[in-house]
Design a protein around this ligand. Structure first.
Ligand code: SF4
Ligand code: SF4
Ligand code: SF4
Length: 346
């Protein structure tokens, strides 16, 4: 069907939302609660557009296109309403952008800049400070929560843990756990998928301290298991400071607790970086050549004295398929035993 957006006619598929049609046409509509993977809820009201013939502005994320629909995405009425929506969103928001960990990667901050919202027109009460820091990996700061609902929906619809929901109504509404017992006592499995979708600094990884503009991203494959989730390592200098799930990949923007949060071993001072050989009862650092020579010598002695079945090989899901293939080849073809297993079966 044909629709007219800002005076230009576009051909679009049936069952397309106005938001999607605009995206296909290269027209940017602001959203705070939209995620293509989730059912639309029209919660943030920022994606409002004008459709000729309708009394009120409509939410483009949940309104389907119709034949010959005439849409205005950036006229004066729409822009003024979006400014009002942003003004209301920050009316009880602690504007701590100077020290907020999310600064530089915050959709609310970006849209306020884009729409020229400086300090907020509406001044009034602020919400009761409520911080849930009971989870070992991330914190929830209700003062910064804009109630977009993305975290609740991702936990329900994609992660299927259903650990969080909205508590209270109106001004005091916030994200909480059943009986308000804290994330640590909930069904939360600490996957961090809620943290990854939060558009503001309400859900943040614990102890995260960096400025987003100082970082770069490196796409890689998670090495914890065989699923092969894609992720972006957020790198500052030579350190990994955060991990974000890749959207355009098999894991569809999701990770588990290991992929999302278990990266600190990489820069941990206790991490082994060279082989160790025990000499006179003490481990001493060695080169790889020394280590391989030592392993070959010992393995040959053991095989000669006790036979190949005195060996057992245990390999890891954290290795690649190619590494696991080579490991079983070493045991079967070189050492001569089928005693080989894998941590995923244990
Ligand atoms: S959440 Fe965003 S708007 Fe709020 S203080 Fe942090 S950076 Fe600023
Ligand atoms: S960490 Fe995962 S399980 Fe826990 S609340 Fe967030 S999305 Fe739900
Ligand atoms: S915590 Fe973040 S994702 Fe959840 S409702 Fe609040 S702003 Fe939205």
């Amino acid at each position: 069907m044909n629709i007219i957006i800002n005076g230009t006619t576009y051909e679009v598929e049936k069952n397309t939302t106005i938001l999607q049609a605009c995206k296909n046409a290269g027209i940017d509509i602001p959203t705070l609660c939209h995620d293509e993977r989730l059912k639309p809820t029209s919660a943030c009201r920022l994606c409002l557009v004008e459709v000729e013939g309708t009394k009120n502005l409509v939410t483009s994320c949940s309104t389907m296109v119709k034949e010959n629909m005439v849409v205005h995405t950036h006229n004066e009425k729409v822009m003024k309403t979006r400014r009002d929506v942003l003004n209301l969103a920050i009316s009880n928001h602690p504007l701590e952008c100077l020290s907020c960990d999310k600064s530089g990667d915050c959709k609310l901050q970006d849209y306020c800049y884009e729409y020229g919202i400086l300090n907020g027109t509406y001044k009034g009460a602020m919400r009761t400070p409520k911080i849930d820091s009971s989870n070992p990996f991330y914190d929830y700061d209700a003062r910064k929560c804009i109630l977009c609902g993305l975290c609740v929906r991702v936990c329900d619809e994609l992660q299927c843990s259903n650990a969080i929901g909205f508590e209270d109504r109106g001004f005091e509404a916030n994200v909480s756990t059943p009986f308000n017992e804290g994330l640590i006592n909930s069904k939360c499995v600490s996957c961090g998928n809620c943290v990854s979708v939060c558009p503001v600094g309400a859900l943040t990884p614990k102890g995260q301290k960096f400025r987003h503009w100082e970082t770069s991203k490196v796409r890689t494959t998670c090495s914890y298991c065989g699923v092969g989730c894609q992720m972006d390592l957020v790198v500052k200098g030579k350190k990994i400071v955060d991990v974000e799930p890749a959207m355009d990949a098999i894991n569809n923007g999701l990770l588990c607790v290991k992929g999302k949060f278990a990266y600190k071993f990489i820069n941990h001072p206790d991490r082994l970086k060279t082989p160790l050989i025990k000499r006179n009862g003490k481990f001493e650092e060695a080169t790889w050549d020394e280590a391989y020579r030592y392993i070959t010598k010992k393995a040959t002695e053991i095989k000669e004295n006790y036979g190949p079945n005195s060996f057992a090989g245990l390999t890891s899901a954290r290795c690649t398929n190619e590494e696991n293939y080579l490991f079983q080849k070493l045991f079967r073809a070189v050492i001569g035993t089928n005693n080989i297993d894998h941590c995923a079966r244990l």
